[in-house]
Design a protein around this ligand. Structure first.
Ligand code: C2O
Ligand code: CU
Length: 495
């Protein structure tokens, strides 16, 4: 393997991120590594390139023997996975049978603005009386259904779709509105990477459960968040004490003694992870990163541990050959404590032949931009909103009626992003490359094309991108979902 960088544990931050207090579940929690890892169902098209998803309340058994009502895409959590081919457009009709308005965003998609899920472009439920008029002259409201069209003219990658309603993204995704969307192409499939049953999507998300089995959350009502005490419980973001993978608590999965491709997404609202794969004998298996948020790297990068901020994705190959049959490999979280230090386990069930490979060259189409037309700087800091604490971009809370940045279509720009505490900053429309962190070269896990960068406390990072593909109104924001709902989002107009 071409290890272009070996991140040792020492190069990674040992300090846990500044985040909110962890909610404590009030129901008995199952032992780790007993619930089998579920794989989200793959959605069948109703016609070529056409899908339908009904958003509805469903009772789902997340913890054994306990029914949890969720807001779902199609009745499951995670929602159904959409499998697409590069350059083949897909239209998804979302039908809203939930009690609240919703917005669907395809995270990482290069999507025309009218299908990008702008936070005030609502799909209203039946009989919704709109008590929340918003100062947004351009808002689009549809009743019951809306078609979202995705050209998918982009590199193959693990994308995900989730709710993006203004002020309510955090409670809506917490309650279950998240699913995967995988884009593939022939070139990637010709590489010989592990595939079929040896390719596993892993959506990691923490949650907490109230005594009645419902998901615990401080408040789903934005107005209540301003009450003394409630806002404080939101401030760092909401953390749960249960780690779910594909909607199951600390699951276990039987594997062959062979290479597996793990397509990892951190779909948590606010929790950061630092993943390590440990054998029962205490040996650390290398995490061979082959891809980032926006698809394959140029060459594999081998990590001892991999930090994962909210909304980040890593495409990783782990080789279970050489692990004794019958023993376990645990995926652990070095930033967790107690039960949140465990994520899931693999049981090596049998020896097996392995025809897969990890080529030294994975892709040759990564953009490398230079000569930026301009350099901009944005700060991501706490501040005052309506007399309480909030989160701001350049000193301002999100306002759909204000354009914060105007970029001519096709321009290359360098953005310098400055953070006070941990902020995973996400840019819609445009994948970017990390140029520097804290005035130093990027870290090994910054390789490739990203759409979310996890800024560390006090850190400034520079990213470079080209704004092309579509004109219109897009967003950039912190993907700590509570920070986002508390104002840390801004408008980007591509003209
Ligand atoms: Cu994953 Cu603007 O969102
Ligand atoms: Cu943030």
């Amino acid at each position: 393997l071409a290890a272009t960088g070996l991140a040792t544990a020492a190069t990674l931050s040992r300090r846990p991120p500044v985040t909110g207090a962890e909610l404590r579940s009030a129901v008995p929690l199952p032992p780790a590594f007993e619930v089998p890892l579920p794989l989200p169902p793959v959605l069948k098209p109703v016609a070529p390139g056409r899908y339908e998803i009904t958003q509805r309340v469903a009772e789902v058994e997340i913890l054994p023997g306990i029914r949890t009502p969720l807001w779902t895409y199609g009745g499951t959590f995670p929602g159904p996975t959409i499998e697409s081919r590069r350059g083949r457009p897909v239209t998804v009709t979302h039908r809203n049978e939930l009690p609240v308005p919703t917005v669907v965003h395809l995270h990482g998609g290069r999507t025309p603005a009218d299908s990008d899920g702008y936070p005030t472009d609502l799909v209203l439920p039946r009989d919704w009386a709109d008590h929340h008029p918003m100062p947004d002259p351009r808002a689009v409201r549809t009743r019951l259904t809306r078609d979202y069209t995705f050209p998918l003219d982009q590199r193959p990658a693990l994308l995900w779709y989730h709710d993006h309603r203004m002020d309510f993204t955090a409670p809506a995704t917490w309650r279950g509105l998240a699913g995967l969307h995988i884009v593939r192409d022939d070139a990637e499939e010709a590489l010989g990477l592990p595939s079929g049953a040896r390719e596993l999507p892993l959506m990691i998300a923490d949650r907490a459960f109230a005594a009645d089995g419902t998901l615990d959350y401080p408040s789903v009502d934005a107005t209540l968040r301003d009450r003394p005490g409630v806002r404080e419980s939101f401030l760092g973001g909401v953390l749960g004490d249960v780690v779910l993978v594909n909607g199951a608590p600390w699951p276990v999965h039987e594997v062959d003694a062979a290479r597996y491709r793990l397509r990892i997404l951190n779909a948590s609202n606010a929790r950061h992870y630092e993943l390590e794969a440990l054998t029962d004998a205490g040996r650390r298996l290398p995490l061979v990163q082959i891809g980032a948020d926006q698809g394959l790297l140029a060459a594999p990068v081998t990590h001892a541990a991999l930090p994962l901020g909210p909304a980040e994705r890593y495409d990783v190959v782990v080789d279970f050959a050489g692990v004794p049959v019958g023993s376990r490999v645990r995926l652990v979280n070095r930033l967790g404590s107690g039960r949140t230090a465990e994520v899931m386990a693999f049981v090596v069930a049998r020896g097996a032949r392995d025809g897969s490979r990890v080529p030294a060259v994975l892709s040759t189409d990564l953009p490398s931009w230079d000569s930026p037309a301009r350099v901009r700087e944005f700060s991501f800091r706490a501040g005052q909103v309506n007399g309480g604490h909030g989160w701001l971009v350049d000193g301002l809370p999100f306002d759909p009626a204000r354009t914060d940045v105007t970029v001519p279509l096709g321009d290359v720009e360098v953005w310098r992003l400055v953070a006070d505490v941990h902020h995973p900053v996400h840019l819609h429309l445009a994948g970017f490359r990390v140029l520097s962190r804290g005035g130093r070269p990027p870290l090994p896990h910054d390789a490739g094309l990203k759409d979310t960068i996890s800024l560390r406390p006090g850190e400034a990072a520079e990213i470079i991108t080209r704004f092309d593909g579509h004109r219109g109104r897009y967003l950039f924001h912190c993907h700590n979902a509570e920070h986002e709902d508390m104002g840390m989002m801004a408008n980007l107009e591509v003209v």
